[in-house]
Structures are given as C-alpha cells and as structure tokens.
Design a protein around this ligand. Structure first.
Ligand code: CA
Length: 362
C-alpha cells in the first residue's frame, strides 16, 4: 500500500467510525428514553397497612424499587382489603386485575398442595436453608414451573426466621394433655397437631386474642416474641412453647407472569435485587426484635420445650402427612423429592459446621 492510500483509507475509516459512534449513541439514547418511561405497578398485600416487619418490609421494598430505578419504577402498595381481600391476592394477580402481591406461600395449599412445601415444613429447613434450596437446590425452578400454570412468577419476599410453638393456657406434660385441645394453628403444623389429638382451628387475626382470653380456644401459635407480644398473648396465656412447626416460613412477592415478562430487564433486575434486600432485612429485623421482646416478657410467662414424647409423635405424624399428600398429588411428590434431596445433602455439613459450632459456643 502507498503511504497516500493509507492516509486516505484511514481518514475514511475514521469518518465511518465517527458516524457509527453517533448512530450508536442515538440508538442508546432512544433505548434509554423508552426504558425510562415510568412504569406503575399495583401490588396488594395480605397484611394491614404498615403491619410491623411484613407490611413495613414491603413498603420499604417498593420505595427501594423507586430509588434504584431513578424513579422509573413505581410500585404502589395496597394493604389488605383496599383493592383486594387479603386472601384473594393470588387470584387477582393470576387474573391480571393487579400486577403483583405480597403474602405467605402457605395460604395457597388449596390451589395445589405442593405449594405448602414452598412455604416451609414443620421440623424442616430453617430460613437460610430454605433460601439455599430455592436458589441452588432446584426449589425456584419447581416453584416457578408450578406457579406458571396460574400465570404467576414468584420471588422470595421475606422470611420470618424460626417461629415459636405457641401460647398454651395449661402446661403440656404429655401427649394426653393435647387431647381435644382447641388450638389456632394453620398449615402442615395444624395437620400434624390434628393427628396428635388437637382440634386445629382457623381464626382471623383480629379474633385470636379474645378467643384465647375467653377460653374459646386453649392455645394459639402466631409468629415469635415481638409480634406475639403486640397481639397481647402474654396477657391471655402463660406457657410459651418453643418452635417446631415453622422453622423458616417463606413470604413471597409474586407477579402476574405476562406483566413480569413485559418489564424491561433493568426493572426485572431491580425488583429481584430489592426482594433479596427485603428478605435479608426482614430476617435480621425479626432476629433483633424477637431477642428484645423476649427480654421484656412479663414474669408470668414461662418458656417451655414440648416433652420428647410429643415431638417424637409429631415427627411420626409428619411422616404420615407427607406420605398421604404424596399419594394424592404428583406435584407434591416431586417437590418433596427435591426438598428431601437437599435435606440429605445439607445435613452432614450442617451437623459439623453450624450445629456443632453452636453446641461448642454454648
Ligand atoms: Ca405462624
């Protein structure tokens, strides 16, 4: 190549490059403007407005989506019964009447019994272990596959950490003491209690305290020291049993699937990151506030551990419940197999790490 030719072709090349650069900048700007359009989503919850930790957690999540998106993503939170009744948020989102909901997964076992396993299992995985199963053990894949049939896309939206076993008006010294006891306890825990002779009762949150105080029910579970004390249960019962039936209950932020797929990848990423933040914040807030509330329990409250006889019978009854549900539903069987594979993988490592260390630390 002659030197002159080289200069000319380089100059042409530079002009062409500069032109392409301009066009790319223009395209980039167009994309930015399109994606910069304000997206407004309606999210309904199953909680009263600003309900401590669960409700305030979702308020903060919506605020963070706004901040992280530079104001292009606006999620408006509707507490229970404003747009949709508390337990109809699943159906309303499925039918695209609203865009998303925040609730507890265990509420939807009537839709598919397998969903109860995504919410957590009695005597099963802790919150941290549950999240590990969802992310690395196949839990999310199964959850999303099964929710897709309802046109839904779920994300973990918080977790309670270990819950307490509940408030009893009388001390439980044996299995015989449980016979005929009326207890407010939902979900798989309720199924297990039923097989131990308890009469599990479902009550709206607003009626639990009065029912316990008046003796219409003999016992109730709720969450943990912080929220239980706010409900006033320490004034209606004295025996406070340690937990077994909800070691790591999972909450969800679930979107209408078609609506989720229409969101930009940036907005999807922002929502995903904000739910992760919400989940870890909620777990930490529960831990801290439960620790504080436990210290502030009145002197009449006696913290008790269920007798070994009761927990052994609970383990046996749980096995029966899981077998029965697996026979009735292939979905339940599939999710349980995935869950149990993770339990098997996790146990030896957990035993020599966390469990062993906590025993050494004392
Ligand atoms: Ca509970």
């Amino acid at each position: 190549m002659q030197r002159r030719d080289f200069i000319t072709s380089t100059a042409v090349g530079a002009t062409a490059l500069a032109f392409t650069g301009c066009r790319r900048a223009e395209e980039k700007q167009t994309i930015y403007i399109n994606k910069g359009k304000k997206v407004r989503l309606k999210l309904a919850t199953s909680w009263p407005a600003h309900f401590p930790i669960m409700g305030t957690g979702v308020d903060e999540f919506a605020k963070r989506c706004g901040e992280l998106s530079g104001g292009t993503l606006e999620i408006k939170v509707y507490p229970k019964n404003i747009l949709v009744p508390a337990l109809q948020v699943f159906d309303a989102t499925s039918a695209a009447q609203i865009d998303a909901f925040h609730s507890g997964v265990y509420y939807w076992k009537g839709k598919n019994s397998a969903f109860s396993l995504f919410g957590g299992m009695p005597l099963g995985l802790t919150s941290e272990e549950m999240i590990t199963w969802f992310k690395f053990g196949g839990g999310y894949d199964l959850w999303r596959e099964m929710y897709a049939k309802f046109n839904l896309y779920p994300l973990i939206g918080g977790t309670t950490g270990p819950q307490m076993g509940g408030w009893f008006k009388k001390e439980i010294n044996s299995l015989a003491d449980l016979q005929g006891l009326k207890m407010r306890i939902p979900g798989l825990g309720g199924e297990v209690m039923k097989r131990l002779g308890v009469n599990p009762i479902l009550l709206p949150a607003g009626d639990i305290f009065t029912s316990l105080e008046r003796g219409t029910i003999d016992a109730t579970e709720w969450v943990g020291p912080y929220l239980d004390k706010m409900m006033g249960f320490d004034k209606a019962a004295s025996f406070y049993y340690t937990g077994w039936h909800e070691p790591g209950s999972i909450l969800e932020v679930t979107f209408n699937k078609a609506r989720w797929e229409k969101l930009s990848s940036e907005h999807q990423a922002i929502i995903t990151v904000a739910t992760e933040e919400m989940t870890s914040n909620m777990l930490q807030e529960f831990r801290y506030k439960n620790a504080q509330a436990l210290q502030e329990m009145p002197a009449n409250v006696q913290v008790k551990v269920f007798p070994k006889e009761v927990m052994d019978a609970a383990k046996k009854a749980l096995g029966e419940v899981l077998t029965d549900e697996s026979i009735k539903s292939d979905d339940f069987k599939r999710v349980l197999a995935s869950y149990e594979a993770f339990v098997k993988l996790n146990k030896p490592w957990n035993d020599i790490s966390t469990k062993n260390f906590l025993e050494i630390r004392g």
